[in-house]
Write a protein that binds this ligand. Structure first.
Ligand code: GLU
Length: 294
């Protein structure tokens, strides 16, 4: 398979230095492999994602001189495709409708102290523990809105716990990485309000677009375990991964609007040049966390 890369921002706000680093890391590997870089808008959240943010992202990338190969992909044009894949997984008994609300899950976790997933959310393994099997069935019969969750135990039973290969910033070097997908619990593949989820659409798009080298921030390192399970279940190819270090805010956390990250447009207005931003983004990359291994 010919190598292909992608930069996949969500147009729910302006790009900041962390995104600039991701775009530059993708550009660097694409150049090293002499292969195209795609741009994909991860715009499944129809409330938070806005056309004006997409326009800002395109402007910022052009200003930064990050070159990408058209056509631009938008996840919002592919809901039918995600629905088809979700239906297949459901038919195979790997996905089930879940009626417990976020509030009910949080309340239950507080009372019984359930384990947390790597993002800190209560690890979920079925409605029965949270609202009771009878109540779940009652809601099902009423046709209540459901989230669709991957039955992780079943999935792992079918495909095991596939690892992945982590590569260096220019595509060289191979390190085996492994993280237990069971620690994520029954992840949501389609939300009550959105007919897909990050995990489902990213895996389907990377496969459909022939993405062979995935370059993204280390905040998504452990989520790769979920993506690998879905890839094997769906018979998709296995990409190589490079998770780059994050740019941290003054509070030591991942850069975000809430810890004072300036948008690239605001930096430009404050007198930063594209070269200064490129340099700053790269210089502020922190070492990625150690690779999870078996
Ligand atoms: N849309 C994700 C983000 O902006 C990136 C997803 C990915 O690269 O897999 O954080």
């Amino acid at each position: 398979m010919a190598p292909m890369l992608r930069f996949a921002p969500s147009p729910n706000g302006p790009l900041h230095l962390g995104h600039a680093l991701s775009a530059i890391a993708n550009e660097r590997m694409a150049a090293a492999l002499d292969r195209p870089l795609r741009l994909r808008m991860e715009d499944i959240d129809r409330i938070r994602c806005r056309p004006e943010y997409e326009a800002m992202i395109l402007e910022d990338l052009a200003w930064l001189r990050v070159v990408w190969t058209p056509p631009l992909r938008r996840q919002s044009t592919r809901f039918d495709r995600y629905a088809t894949v979700l239906a297949e997984l459901t038919r195979r008994g790997l996905v089930y409708p879940s009626f417990a609300s976020r509030r009910e899950i949080a309340d239950h976790a507080r009372v019984v102290g359930v384990a947390r997933d790597p993002d800190g959310a209560p690890r979920f393994s079925g409605d029965a523990a949270v609202i009771g099997a009878e109540e779940a069935e009652r809601r099902r019969q009423l046709g209540a809105p459901a989230a669709w969750r991957l039955d992780m135990a079943r999935a792992v039973n079918e495909v095991g716990r596939p690892g992945w290969t982590e590569i260096g910033p220019s595509g060289a070097g191979r390190t085996a990485a492994h993280f237990d997908p069971m620690s994520w619990g029954d992840v949501v593949l389609a939300r009550k309000e959105t007919p897909t989820s990050y995990h489902l659409s990213v895996v389907v798009d990377d496969a459909d677009d022939g993405i062979s080298h995935i370059v993204r921030g280390a905040d998504l390192l452990t989520a790769t375990a979920v993506h690998r399970v879905l890839q094997v279940l769906l018979g998709f190819p296995t990409p190589l991964y490079h998770h780059h270090g994050l740019v941290l805010g003054e509070d030591g956390r991942k850069l975000s609007k809430s810890n004072g990250a300036l948008g690239l447009g605001a930096m430009r207005q404050a007198g930063w040049t594209a070269d200064m931003v490129r340099h700053e983004a790269t210089a502020r990359e922190t070492p990625p966390p150690p690779l999870p291994t078996r």
